[in-house]
Design a protein. Structure first.
Length: 339
């Protein structure tokens, strides 16, 4: 599950995850081949083959023959940056999987994900975009277990997939796999997949504000397209502001931390583009505010809260300062199509 370094250069992502699940990273580093020494602290460009070597060493030092499952439980959606934010906006399990199909290969790692309809179920398939001769058993277990765990957390009963396929050979002990995936396991398959009942896909994944998300998703798509094409730093900052916009503590410190850089570096890089953090933040807030006011589905107070303004007067003051109009006036004009 290594991230696509062209988009998010979180160089310490693997080290942070290992520490989260209680791995002694010093012992791990000592056991790795010499040319792997820097990978835990500079792992943004780690390949899938290199990751599997690290996972195999982890298996040896922990005596955990299914280390991928352990890592799946430690991979929190809130720690997945922009990708995690987009997943959190899914209102149903189906939307969660469709969002994964769309953004996982772009923001997280090159892979092929599909949701294929069958008679009474759908098959969620995962395979590497660049096939290799290696088994990648640990990574396969990690990835499938993470998706299955995310879904099972949203259901009010003990759910297991109808069937699970692995592209790798069967391990010696499959008991830990049956505990996560159920009994219907198949190995040496041409892809990795799990099958889920069609009716479950309509179950709620999160209680997001659908009016807000309908506005944010198209904007997110535009920004991510720019990120992919231009490797645009400004676009990264904008999408992270959107990720945190409902937090009334949103600040340059928060964004700098998510970009794994100092506040001074963030300000310096924006300054090179002729921008300030405040300017970018206010442009994002204003664009979304105008879109929500034009939709006329949320109250003005709800819009202000969605954008991180705990006080109605603070949102009014911001909007008036930026447009010379109050939010209520703008809404009336937009409804009359005069704006």
């Amino acid at each position: 599950m290594s991230p696509n370094s062209q988009i998010e250069k979180n160089e310490k992502w693997l080290l942070q995850l290992l520490e989260n699940v209680g791995i002694d990273c010093e012992v791990l580093q000592n056991k790795l081949p010499k040319h792997f020494e820097s990978m835990l602290t500079n792992s943004a460009e780690i390949s899938i083959d290199e990751l599997e070597v690290i996972l195999s060493v982890l298996e040896d030092i922990t005596s955990d023959h299914h280390i991928g499952i352990k890592l799946a439980k430690g991979t929190l959606i809130k720690d997945l940056g922009i990708y995690g934010y987009l997943l959190e906006q899914s209102n149903t399990i189906k939307t969660f999987l469709e969002t994964s199909i769309k953004y996982y290969p772009i923001l997280y790692r090159p892979a092929k994900l599909e949701l294929l309809p069958k008679k009474s179920y759908m098959s969620f398939r995962y395979s590497d975009s660049i096939p290799t001769k290696n088994s990648h058993r640990h990574d396969n277990e990690w990835t499938l277990a993470w998706f299955v765990d995310q879904i099972s957390q949203k259901l009010d009963f003990d759910w297991k997939p109808l069937k699970v396929c692995f592209s790798n050979p069967a391990p010696t002990d499959i008991t830990p796999l049956t505990e996560v995936f159920g009994e219907n396991l198949f190995f040496n398959q041409p892809y990795n997949s799990f099958d889920i009942e069609t009716k479950l896909l309509l179950r709620r994944y999160s209680s997001v504000n659908e009016n807000l998300i309908n506005v944010i998703k198209p904007i997110a798509d535009q920004i991510i397209d720019k990120m992919v094409i231009e490797e645009c730093f400004e676009a990264k900052v904008r999408i992270l502001i959107m990720k945190n916009l409902s937090d009334n503590m949103l600040s340059s410190e928060v964004i700098a931390k998510e970009l794994f850089m100092s506040i001074s570096t963030l300000k310096r890089r924006l300054a090179k583009l002729g921008l300030s953090f405040r300017k970018v933040k206010e442009e994002v807030l204003l664009y979304i505010a105008k879109s929500l006011l034009s939709e006329n589905k949320l109250s003005i107070n709800q819009i202000g809260l969605s954008l991180g303004y705990s006080e109605h007067s603070a949102f009014n003051h911001f909007f008036l300062r930026k447009t010379n109009h109050s939010p209520s006036y703008y809404r009336k004009q937009a409804k009359a199509k005069l704006i």
